[in-house]
Design a protein around this ligand. Sequence first.
Ligand SMILES: C[S@@+](CC[C@H](N)C(=O)[O-])C[C@H]1O[C@@H](n2cnc3c(N)ncnc32)[C@H](O)[C@@H]1O
Length: 542
Amino acid sequence: MTITAVESIRLEEQSRIDASKTINARRRLGQFATPPDLARDIARETVAMLDGNATVEMLEPSAGTGAFLSAFFSEAPGRVRRILAVELDLAFHDAQKRIWQDFPVDSRMADFTALKPDRFVDLVVANPPYVRHHNISAEVKQRLQADVMAETGLRLSGLSSLYCYFMLLSVKWMKPDAIGAWLVPTEWMSVNYGSAIRSFLSERVRLLRVHRFDSEDVRFSDALVSSCLVWFRNAPPADSVTFTSGGDITHPSRTEEVSVAELRQARKWPPTESANPPSAPRLRDFFTIRRGIATGDNPFFILPQEKVQERGIPSCFLKPILPSPRHLKTDRILSDEAGIPVNANRQFLLDCTGIDRTDLPESVMAYLTEGEATTASKKLCAGRTRWYDQEQRSPAPILCSYMGRGKDDGTPVRFILNESAAIATNSFLMLYPKGSLRRVFAESPEAREAAWRCLLSIPAGEFRRAGRCYGGGLQKMEPRELGDLLCQKLADWLSERIGFQYRQEDSGQLLFAMEPESPDEIPSLTKRKRARKFQTRRDANS
Ligand SMILES: C[S@@+](CC[C@H](N)C(=O)[O-])C[C@H]1O[C@@H](n2cnc3c(N)ncnc32)[C@H](O)[C@@H]1O
């Protein structure tokens, strides 16, 4: 049978098995096949990286029905001597065995991460299962971490997805100088858990090339990840690596050479000027950024106004708190005289922090008694001195909804001007102005609005640079990443308003109006933490 005929049978089998499973079952095992044209592009590009013309032995550690088997047999006929095709799932393994019975394929049904090598290969090509860490049991994680440590000396974080273990464990199958080609999500390039992968690729092996597909170009529509291809050789690192992106693998729209020394230093890859730009005014120079509070049980601790009235809870135990970004229809929260929002849900956080139950009024005690059975044992609450204690935050004049998709090239997150005394839950980041900006904020509502408008003008691309993209366009900003946003406009506006130039220290620190930050500018740290922070600053300055 010709390879073309085999490929059409394979595609039929692929559709049949995919259709027989629920999307959740497929997600649990990361069962999203490589599109055939992409598999063929990868095969062509990878074969070009092989030395000489000798035939090679290949490993496919998560082979499914064999998209890569088909691609290599069709694009490089005669070049692949034998393929070891590992697959965990019985349905895929059975189909694969049948489809490839006339080809030099050794089909093995096994968990690749638990297999001991019984041969070494010249080539590993994989689209490994993208299974998130929540779906890997603690026991399996421990075994995988220990195996990776034994193999590479690197500690993979418990937050790592399964593909990370696959990639790091593959080296034990590779002959010296063998090539690895990995189609994986791009997350490892920017998230904290990716640091072991970045170390592996810049210190343990010779990274040859990384190609990032455009994030809108979601190759696996049902898996919702943005993907990249990583090629490395089982050899000591070279001096530089090629990063490409956009277009297709053969004709990328952008190409750059990056030194490996630079890669080792960079917090995010690729460390181009646009990804890690040199010193310039950033949001963290103007704001202290903190997450909103984690109440431990929002439905219990956050009460709508009617319920507060019905239960007769005194106002001294209540703080206005904003609804989640999804339920907040405005980007400018107006306030009544008491600081309660007038154009957002009027709801309140029950906050009796530090007060023993016996000292509370009866209405509050009665409400807490109801929570004993349901809320007190929840994870966050159970870990507190009093289960109903809450984190303390002052209201922040600017809030940021730190996750979004940014439709039509818009910015993925919302900056909200908060003119009320409402605080926020951890579905927001809270921005507290510091230094000169803090004083300007205290001057007038117009000043606050003008500063807020400067934030609204930060372009969408800047969020993509500083934040992380989860594919399908979903973007997320952690506090540190939000602080990394460049905000030249805000710097210029403030500079003009206060008549001071800012200057940049050699360290990159931005000094504005030259005054040190005093501890009362850091909202809601405990007194002891404040004192410690102030002391450290004084020590550093002395
Ligand atoms: C992303 S799919 C890729 C399939 C195929 N390589 C392709 O490119 O179309 C990942 C495959 O890995 C399989 N798999 C999941 N966990 C595995 C494991 N621990 N060992 C081996 N295969 C596994 C899944 O059943 C699935 O077929």
